[in-house]
Design a binder for this molecule. Structure first.
Ligand SMILES: Cc1ncc(C[n+]2csc(CCOP(=O)(O)OP(=O)(O)O)c2C)c(N)n1
Ligand SMILES: [Mg+2]
Length: 910
């Protein structure tokens, strides 16, 4: 607390401000009797007329106070106590003792998994303390709330906290769903018979996990958009309205990730009462306390209440209830609110005597409240998140809450039950080994039926099939329709190949100049009208529909709004007015690429989560895709998301004017690491049509777990007709677009172009032929990634099958016998073409756009980055000179003739 006077005896401005603050926070002397009277009258209102009337009186009292000049400080907080008081607590419907025994066994097996794995392989990792703190939060859900998916009901959707995974495996073992061998191979997925993923990974455990949650912050955001997407499906009449819920479990430390709280206002705005967050507030993260000097629970409460969520705090266990009952003056609750989390953490690891002295000893009246309790009882005062009755009450209230989302802030102890091995300690997150004494203590504390000798071997323990525990656990799950987590693919494949749908786009634009974006939007419009896939299409835009010329869709298919349109839009008299509708099809997400990607993921996994084959098309400013939300793309890949991401306004030199923040020459490189993502940089409408048709078929008819990234551009040019036989090459990554006219020429070249730069290669072809007698073939490279993947796969096969006839990479097949020098030009980094150079049988010159973009016109940008026709021509001549086919002087002359300044800026460093 600051002192009232500075060291010079004068009050600084800061000190005065602090003092002013203190007038609010420091208690003034209030007459005990007077406060007692106020409390009693409120109690009698409560008793006689109920909480609503009491709340109304308090609200009016507050208004009265304001009118009379009482300046009440704003707070979105409630006192530091349980939101649900004892008298409103429902009866716990389960067998509490049996559930405790089941939970104890799960605790043991979860711990055993980690300890055994680390005994066998040092440093294999795993986490004990997260699940230890959250066990009750999960078990109450498993036993009483989460309904499995079935044919007749979609079930509840649960995002499990990634680091709590051992607990979910241990439960599945108890349920008989996972064998001992599987548990033995935790974090050893390559062992014979397979193992268990460290964290939830649908890619590696596609029958078990639905959502990858371990990259913190992703699951809360994904859960919000998941809940919203379920409403979207209901409001569009694609599935019946149900009371299914989306639950997301997160750590309190995890809430520091901006994504965690970034979309909470959306959840309230959309009235998502199908959404429940459970924040496991163990007050600790990896290194230490989440808010040592503050209170994470109160901080989260005010953020969520401010965003209009229903907040339920579960802070104190039942043992506190009689003490709170005796506290007629509210002193205990006040004291509870005074401690910072660092102090609470200390209390958790301290003795009952310490708790008495340092917590209750603050005030003799508090001491009196706990006088009858021995020290041991004080040490055993449980926190709310470890008390099934309190957790059950909170979950029930959350499930029954109407009109908005609920967050449950549950206080727990990190490493609960680990005792000396880490309970509540700063090192607990990393604890992976327990010594013999610690194991025995844990065993005894949770009543695991193992003797000392067996216990130190840390065996997995499952009671007999006909034991009370197993029978109870199975009965509970049967009552809730089956087991969870479980991932199933419940949608039916589409039936057509959509050949007809895309055919018209193979024809070209008949002399009209259009951009590939316009061409794509044309295809989207056509898909939306299709009798089979039309309804399934989900267009997603983060406030860029006009940029991409999609505004005509506003009117035709409508923008989704859960409340329809409560206002007359300003442009209602225009043809393309801003139409919001309850059954609108477009997800206009506003300026959130992360949120849009979360919608993309929800729509792209609805084939399993919701049993509906929705086909998302997420179109966005390409620079704000992988670069900004790359981790969501990775999660989408893990989740086997299907659909199309469209990087609009792409290309470092194709997007003119916008400068270095917007001009994307990176995304195709950033798309490389995502294994099941197919990335294309098409130049022409028919290329896009071929890719979309094939993609829809592969994902939605054949059920492949791939998704697509396609860049589209805003440079208008004439779209040619598809050359005969181009189709296969378009999909495989390259095809010859225009052969040289004079195949007999002495000087030959092969030019690679992609996207809008293909047109520069075609211009270079003309320059080379007309001015320098070079006959060049021009190839459209639609996907360097596809060529690269094919190259490494072929190489690998050959290495592993040395005696068999060697396979030839596709790029070598294309270019192997093609005559002349090779030049590749791209609007992306040079590394993209360079990746395939080892399978190109000769040297290859590469032009690309490494460096920062510029605000400029296209021609100047292409000159600056040295990717235009003249630079392609120059590179070709230079390659011919290197081969001794032309003199260096020819190249030098060409530099002059083409108007190139050899001393110009270097775009890589400028
Ligand atoms: C994006 C991201 N950054 C960092 C980590 C590494 N990490 C794993 S667990 C952890 C601490 C988690 O604390 P909290 O969210 O409070 O969960 P608890 O284990 O306490 O329940 C961190 C930093 C991660 N998994 N994801
Ligand atoms: Mg934590």
């Amino acid at each position: 607390m600051a002192t009232a006077h500075s060291q010079f005896g004068e009050e600084s401005q800061e000190t005065r401000a602090e003092m002013a603050n203190e007038t609010y926070t420091q208690p003034h002397h209030v007459d005990d009797l007077e406060i007692q009277e106020w409390f009693e009258s409120l109690d009698s209102v409560l008793e006689a007329s109920g909480p609503d009337v009491a709340a109304e009186i308090l609200e009016r009292l507050r208004a009265h106070a304001t009118v009379n000049g009482i300046d009440l400080p704003f707070t979105a907080n409630t006192p530091y106590t349980n939101t649900i008081p004892l008298r409103l607590e429902p009866l716990f419907p389960g067998d509490q003792e049996l559930e405790r025994r089941i939970k104890s066994l799960i605790r043991w097996n979860a711990l055993a998994m980690v300890v055994r794995a680390n005994r066998e392989e040092h440093n294999i990792g795993g986490h004990i303390s997260t699940y230890a703190s959250a066990a009750t939060l999960y078990e109450v859900g498993f036993n009483h709330f989460w309904r499995a998916r079935s044919e007749s009901f979609e079930g509840d959707t649960v995002y499990f906290q990634g680091h709590a995974a051992p607990g979910m495996y241990a439960r599945a073992f108890m349920e008989g769903r996972l064998s001992k061998e599987k548990l033995e191979n935790f974090r050893r997925e390559l062992k014979p018979g397979g193992g268990l993923s460290s964290y939830p990974h649908p890619w590696l455990m596609p029958d078990f996990w639905e959502f990858p949650t371990v990259s913190m912050g992703l699951s809360p955001l994904m859960a919000i958009y998941q809940a919203r997407f379920q409403r979207y499906l209901e409001n569009r009449g694609m599935k019946p309205k149900t009371d299914a819920k989306v639950w997301a479990f997160l750590g309190d430390g995890e809430t520091d990730e901006p994504e965690s709280l970034g979309a909470i206002t959306l959840a309230a705005r959309e009235h998502l009462d199908n959404l429940i967050f459970v924040v496991n507030c163990n007050l600790q993260r990896l290194d230490g306390p989440v808010r040592g000097n503050g209170q994470i629970i109160q901080e989260l409460e005010s953020a969520f209440r401010g965003a209009k969520w229903n907040v339920i705090k579960v802070l104190w266990g039942s043992e506190w209830d009689p003490i709170l009952e005796r506290d007629t003056e509210g002193l205990l609750v006040k004291r509870m609110g005074e401690l910072v989390d660092g102090e609470y953490q200390k209390l958790v690891v301290s003795s009952g005597a310490y708790v008495r002295e340092h917590f209750f000893g603050h005030d003799p009246r508090l001491l009196k409240l706990v006088e009858p309790l021995p020290d041991e009882a004080l040490r055993r005062l449980r926190l709310g998140g470890h008390d099934p009755r309190k957790v059950y009450a909170a979950y029930k209230a959350a499930v029954e809450h109407k009109g908005g989302p609920t967050v449950i802030l549950a206080r727990t102890i990190k490493g609960y039950g680990l005792g000396e091995a880490g309970e509540g300690k700063n090192v607990t997150h990393q604890q992976k080994k327990l010594n013999e004494d610690e194991l025995k203590e844990f065993r005894s504390r949770f009543g695991i039926p193992l003797n000392d000798q067996d216990c130190i071997e840390v065996p997995f323990y499952r009671p007999a099939e006909d034991s009370q525990e197993i029978e109870y656990l199975r009965a509970r799950r049967e009552a809730l329709a089956g087991y969870t987590p479980a991932r199933t693919v419940r949608s039916k494949p589409i039936t057509t190949d959509n050949e007809e749908l895309f055919k018209e786009f193979y024809e070209g634009s008949e002399g009209r100049e259009v951009s590939t974006t316009m061409a794509f939007v044309g295809m989207l419009r056509k898909m939306l009208k299709d009798p089979e896939i039309g309804k399934l299409v989900v267009p997603i835009v983060p406030d860029e529909a006009r940029t991409f010329g999609m505004e005509s869709l506003f009117r035709t298919v409508g923008i989704y709004s859960s409340v329809g349109q409560k206002y007359e839009p300003v442009d209602v008299n225009t043809l393309l007015y801003y139409k919001e509708a309850k059954d609108g099809q477009i997800l206009e997400e506003g300026i959130t690429e992360a949120g849009s990607m979360a919608s993309f993921i929800a729509a792209g996994t609805a084939y399993s989560t919701n049993g509906i084959n929705t086909i998302p098309f997420f179109i966005y400013y390409s620079m704000f895709g992988f670069q900004r939300i790359g981790d969501f793309v990775w999660a989408a890949a893990d989740m086997r998301t299907r659909g199309f991401m469209l990087g609009g306004t792409s290309g470092r030199t194709t997007l003119s004017g916008e400068g270095l923040q917007h001009q994307d020459g990176n995304s195709h490189v950033l798309a490389l690491p995502v294994p099941n993502l197919r990335a294309y940089d098409p130049a022409y409408a028919y290329e896009i049509a071929v890719i979309l048709q094939d993609g829809i078929k592969r994902m939605y008819k054949d059920g492949e777990n791939i998704f697509y990234y396609i860049t589209v551009m805003n440079e208008p040019y004439v779209m040619p007709t598809m050359p005969a036989g181009a189709r296969e090459g378009i999909l495989k990554g390259m095809y010859k677009f225009r052969a040289a006219s004079n195949k007999k020429a002495k000087l030959r070249a092969q030019l690679f172009g992609s996207g809008a730069i293909l047109n520069e290669a075609l211009r270079a072809q003309e320059i080379l032929e007309q001015k320098y007698g070079v006959a060049a073939d021009v190839w459209s490279v639609t996907s360097y990634k596809a060529l690269y993947t094919d190259g490494i796969e072929t190489e690998r096969w050959n290495r592993l099958h040395p005696a068999e006839k060697a396979q030839v990479p596709y790029v070598t097949q294309c270019i192997g016998d093609a005559p002349g020098v090779i030049v590749a030009a791209t609007d992306y980094l040079k590394t993209l073409p360079n990746m395939i150079s080892k399978w190109v049988p000769r040297r290859m010159a590469t032009l690309g756009t490494d460096g920062f973009g510029r605000s400029e016109g296209r021609a100047s940008l292409r000159d600056f980055f040295e990717v235009d026709a003249k630079f392609i021509a120059l590179a070709t001549l230079h390659e011919l000179a290197l081969d001794g086919k032309v003199e260096a002087s020819v190249v030098e002359k060409a530099i002059q003739e083409l108007g190139i300044n050899p001393e110009k800026w270097n775009p890589v460093t400028a």
